[in-house]
Design a binder for this molecule. Structure first.
Ligand code: GDP
Ligand code: MG
Length: 735
């Protein structure tokens, strides 16, 4: 009979590479029944035996939080493979063994492919397979999947694991409270033969403690009585843990699993071959860099330095991109006749593509900076120092970079910020980071704040900006916390204390890292954004003014022109864009331009975006926003920069130059619909509402699902509205 092996491991451990090496052309791809998770199968011939191999989805754990984890677990339970070939990244042993331990707890026959030993060696680590094998009591075969080293030995070793005793491969102590609960539960489970034909008793008990829905539901169906008795024990343990340690079973279990792994690794499984001088130097540097007081000071200096580097040095290339697109717009305007096509090409397409490519220099500089910090080993220290704070909010210390780049200091951009969250390894913490970095005060929101502070808080501008920054941070961290206990619930990735030695990054390494990440951005974001940009353009353009209305404005302009003297009329008619007009002509021209603005306002109000803005007025009134603000906010979905310029248009002031905010600010100050309370309400709304669509596209791509892109739009806008309404309504009581 041919045997079946499941190939399992963390993402990026080299699973696909090994699978291809082993099966070559003898593989086919399908789906797991009922879900869209890819199922790859293939065959290997080893010593004339035919072995069937199934490539399980890559997972870090075997909880039931993701589709991949459930698929992997069900396969192991339902299909009962002969054994598991667990591919383990030797250069990341601690994290990878977390999954191994869970296979062993499930009582599965496991054989380890200790992969990437070349990488580990390059990092100065010698992993000892014999020792690991002895401590875990399973075969361990060193491999280099990329060049096929060790694959035959691996298959031979795998052939032997099936004869293992399947039960109780390891027994980890989870601390007195949980151990006690496990013992009681195991007794109940064994006495009633509760699910024991499928799972080991201790494992079932653990799953009950971890609140694993799949298992508890199965248990309820199988034997409701026992199931509820087990749940009682779980409740009791939970309450007890909470009152005594403030912890909860899942966290305790994860911590002890890592503890167990650490204790195994400490027994000489990894030998560090890094030359002594470098280690010594590393220690010396760490004494300063992670010092209690100096450490954070240096860290903030470095983070601010990175931030400056990203935004200052990219200024010039950003300028080149801007001039190029400016030139392109100009050229297109000159060539195309006035009308819809011109508007589409200039405002829809060129602005859209320019919007995407305009971020490229930022991303290049940021990733170059991050690569330096990452490759040198400093980023790990930053994460280490901040982890304790971030952890409280369900985030990981490494997320700080993403927040800073997104505008954590004020002025940044969520697009590179979202990309920066790639340094996070745990999917849940990464998702929480992706979803909260857009709350930071990016460079495009600053003009909005600048406008409102200039208009209403001109005496305390600095203080107000500081408050705004604090609100953004506080909001981001709290929302992260809320998300991590609700929609992206799951244990924190315990921070691995292993800090790599410092080293000089190589230029080649830096350039490759930077290039890969930048290209991914261009490739992924570029395709969708053009489409959305055109849609937004259409929303702000169509259906346009009815002809009759447009004629009224034209007539008004002509009337103004006709009041002027013949000489002035001639001067205006023959003037080109850059001609300097005489004083009288200038005055007439300005009057005519006021009509242009009014026309633009009327057209905007009549557009789809304008109609949305108007129809929302009855609701947004609760937050103090009238239809003009609504249009600006709808436009802000395209890019937050648009908020100020749309407000300008809506208040008939046309293009608002950043230097000339004054006029719009004064206009707002004078408008009866505005007061400091409305300003605060709008500030809060601007901080929290939907990210601009480039950021949304990036979030969707990085999270691997449009669901999260949509979530960030709906959730953020809902939250923003709720907060603004609260501020406005509560404020109205006192104001
Ligand atoms: P998966 O996510 O587990 O399927 O990982 P992949 O098979 O896609 O491998 C991730 C990366 O690691 C690829 O670039 C591989 O070429 C590389 N890789 C895999 N095994 C080894 C190895 O043993 N040594 C080295 N240096 N690289 C490896
Ligand atoms: Mg793969």
């Amino acid at each position: 009979m041919s045997s079946t092996f499941a190939l399992a491991g963390n993402p990026n451990s080299g699973k696909t590479t090994l699978f291809n090496e082993l099966t070559g052309a003898r593989q086919h791809v399908g789906n797991y029944p009922g879900v869209t998770v890819e199922k790859k199968e293939g065959t290997v011939f080893i010593d004339n035996n035919k072995v069937h191999i199934v490539d399980l989805p890559g997972t870090y754990s075997l909880t039931a939080y993701s589709m991949e984890e459930i698929v992997a677990r069900n396969f192991l339970v339902d299909e009962k493979p002969t054994g598991v070939i667990n591919i383990v990244d030797a250069s990341n042993l601690e994290r990878n063994l977390y999954l191994t331990v869970q296979f062993l707890e499930m009582g599965l026959p496991v054989c380890i492919a200790l992969n990437m030993i070349d990488v580990a060696k390059n990092r100065g680590m010698e992993v000892n397979p014999q020792k690991l094998s002895k401590l875990l009591d399973i075969p361990v075969v060193p491999t280099i999947a990329r060049s096929g080293v060790g694959k035959d030995e691996l298959m031979r070793a795998a052939g032997k694991v099936s004869s293992f005793n399947k039960r109780d491969r390891i027994k980890i102590s989870y601390g007195t409270d949980i151990d006690q609960a496990l013992m009681e539960m195991e007794a109940e489970i064994n006495a009633a033969d509760f699910l024991t034909n499928v799972y080991p008793a201790r494992w079932i008990a653990l799953k009950y403690l971890e609140n694993d829905e799949q298992i508890t539901n199965l248990g309820k169906q199988n034997n409701p009585q026992i199931s509820s008795r087990l749940e009682q024990i779980v409740k009791k343990t939970e309450t007890h843990l909470k009152t005594t340690t403030g912890s909860y079973p899942e966290a305790e279990i994860a911590d002890h699993r890592y503890g167990y792994i650490k204790s195994i690794i400490k027994q000489g499984v990894i030998e560090y071959n890094v030359d002594k001088d470098r280690l010594y130097l590393t220690d010396k540097i760490d004494n300063i860099v992670t010092h209690r007081i100096l450490g954070p000071v240096i860290m903030f200096a470095v983070l601010i330095g990175l931030y400056q580097f990203t935004f200052t040095y990219s200024e010039m290339p950003v300028g080149w991109f801007e001039s190029f697109f400016g030139w392109l717009s100009g050229a297109a305007s000159a060539v195309l006749p006035d009308g819809l096509l011109k508007s589409l090409v200039v405002s829809g397409i060129i602005d859209g593509v320019g919007g995407v490519l305009g971020f490229v220099p930022l991303i290049v500089f940021m990733f170059f900076g991050i690569s330096i910090l990452e490759d040198s080993g400093y980023l790990a220290r930053v994460a280490y120092m901040l982890d304790r704070v971030f952890r409280i909010f369900g985030l990981h210390g490494s997320a700080v970079m993403a927040f800073i780049v997104s505008g954590g200091i004020a002025g940044g951009c969520a697009v590179p910020g979202v990309m920066a969250s790639r340094v996070l390894k745990s999917p849940r913490e990464r998702l929480a980071t992706l979803l909260t970095v857009p709350f930071m005060n990016c460079g495009a929101k600053l003009p909005v704040f600048a406008l409102l502070t200039a208009a209403f808080f001109s005496d305390n501008e600095a203080t107000v900006m500081l408050i705004i920054t604090c609100i953004a941070w506080g909001g981001a961290l709290l929302v992260a916390k809320v998300l991590r206990v609700t929609v992206i619930k799951g244990a924190a990735t315990p921070f691995l204390m292993e800090l790599p030695p410092y080293r000089f990054p190589t230029i080649k390494g830096l350039l490759i890292h930077t290039w890969e990440r930048t290209w991914q951005y261009v490739k992924k974001a570029g395709t969708v954004i053009l489409g959305i940009s055109v849609v937004l353009w259409a929303m702000m353009t169509f259906p346009g003014l009815p002809d009759q209305k447009a004629r009224t404005f034209e007539a008004e302009r002509n009337a103004i022109l006709n009041t002027a003297s013949a000489a002035v009329q001639e001067e205006i008619k023959t003037a080109s864009e850059d001609t300097k007009l005489g004083e009288d002509a200038q005055a007439v021209k300005e009057k005519m331009e006021m009509v242009d603005y009014k026309e633009a306002e009327a057209a905007l109000k009549n557009s789809i975006a304008g109609r949305i803005g108007s129809s929302l007025e009855s609701i947004t009134q609760l937050a103090g926003f009238d239809w003009r603000t609504n249009i600006a906010l709808v436009g802000g979905f395209a890019a937050k920069e648009v908020v100020v310029s749309s407000l300008g248009t809506a208040y008939s002031l046309g293009e608002v130059d950043p230097e000339e905010n004054e006029s719009l600010a004064e206009r707002l100050k004078a408008d009866s619909g505005w007061n400091p309370l409305v300003a605060w309400s709008l500030i809060i709304f601007t901080i929290f509402y939907a990210p601009c669509f480039v950021a949304v596209v990036c979030i969707a791509r990085e999270a691997g699902s449009w669901k999260w892109g949509a979530f960030s739009m709906v959730f953020n806008t809902g939250l923003a509205f709720l907060l603004s309404v609260s501020v406005f309504q509560i404020g109205s009581l006192f104001y």
